[in-house]
Write a protein that binds this ligand. Structure first.
Ligand code: KG4
Ligand code: ZN
Length: 342
């Protein structure tokens, strides 16, 4: 079975082909980041229009990369939610139409299930069950994963997602959108412990997160440390970036440890854009060594949005006989625990 996967939920157009025997055989990605950077964030209407321009050429490029013709595709999977409604509708319309024309089934995939299953594309995939920490621009969730579709939400952010907090703090530090990776780079030059940020919601039981206060803490720290020219000197920028990043990471680690203790599971999966963060990976490796467990990640290019994770999640579900009807429908808000178990 060979599945074409299409991701258009936000600001990346991703197209990939997953082959049951050979694994991933094509992966194409176009990022709109440069276009949105001028506006300091994603402009939904511009995102939709750009997906319209890029999706079909990327599908052609993916077929060429895999040396396939359209009649060798057995199903089309697309991100049906959560995400920006206009952007989702572009992928859904193209996917549903191609599947109809090719006479194959189509399936709407949950974007976060795509992220969650992305580590399965690696050489050493995790076995079920495991705890998943999903950390992206729109979500921060701890999920108990017993099988594909068997998900229990253990905790989530009650306000900003971790990636969103990275991006907002990066903006305060004068970095372009989305500033998560750039902030992490600044943090590498930071002096540990010059500034200490709070570790929100770690002083009480539970597995929920709150990151919006860290952005305010960063804004106040910046204001208190401006030089006589009213600017931040470079070392202070790095030190604030370091303190912010360490607070997010420590908070995530404390909650991961709790989730593992609560479930008794020994395997942890981290996925979503923030899982590309090197310091987070280093600190989590240390935690798992201490707990005698194992941590699994997607390769860095599959931490952020991509078509491969949608092709793979779609393959598992289409193989199981699931498919959507002929209507084009998307779910901008969609709870992952509503998904069917496989
Ligand atoms: O999963 P993703 O590509 O998109 C969503 O589904 O939201 O995640 C994007 C998020 C952005 O907030 C971005 O700044 C953040 O992931 N990110 C990082 C790093 N690389 C990407 N945050 C911290 N450190 C990084 N290295
Ligand atoms: Zn994502």
């Amino acid at each position: 079975m060979r599945i074409l996967g299409i991701e258009t939920s936000c600001d990346e157009t991703g197209v990939a082909i997953y082959d049951e025997q050979r694994g991933l055989i094509a992966n194409q990605l176009y990022s709109q980041i440069e276009m949105h950077a001028d506006y300091g964030g994603v402009v939904p209407e511009l995102a939709s229009r750009d997906h319209i321009r890029k999706t079909l050429p990327l599908i052609q490029a993916a077929l060429k990369e895999a040396n396939l013709t359209a009649c060798e595709i057995d199903g089309v999977a697309y991100t049906a939610g959560p995400g920006l409604v206009g952007a989702l509708l572009v992928g859904a319309t193209i996917a549903r139409s191609l599947a109809y024309a090719w006479g194959v089934p189509a399936l709407g995939v949950h974007h976060m299930e795509g992220h969650l299953l992305a580590p399965m594309l690696e050489e050493n995939p995790p076995q079920f069950p495991f705890v998943a920490l999903l950390v992206s621009g729109g979500h921060t969730q701890l999920v108990k994963v017993d099988n594909v579709g068997d998900y229990q939400l253990l905790g989530e952010s009650i306000d900003d997602a971790a990636g969103e907090a990275f991006d907002k703090t990066a903006k305060l530090l004068g970095l372009d959108y989305p500033g998560g990776a750039a902030l992490a780079k600044l943090a590498e030059q930071g002096t540990p412990n010059r500034f200490i940020f709070p570790r929100p919601m770690t002083d009480r039981p539970g597995l929920d997160f709150s990151f919006s206060g860290l952005k305010t803490f960063a804004a106040n720290t910046i204001n208190q440390n401006l030089n006589p020219q009213g600017e931040l000197d470079q070392q202070t920028r790095c030190d604030i970036a370091h303190a912010f990043q360490q607070a997010v990471i420590d908070t995530l680690i404390i909650k991961c440890k709790r989730a593992l203790q609560q479930t008794g599971y020994k395997r942890l999966v981290i996925a979503g854009g923030v899982s590309a963060n090197k310091q987070l990976r280093t600190d989590l490796a240390q935690l798992m060594q201490q707990l005698g467990g194992e941590v699994f990640y997607p390769r860095p290019q599959f931490c952020t949005d991509n078509g491969a994770m949608i092709a793979y999640a779609g393959f598992l579900r289409l193989k199981n006989g699931e498919c959507t009807d002929l209507s084009v429908s998307v779910k901008p808000r969609w709870n992952m625990t509503e998904l069917a178990k496989i």
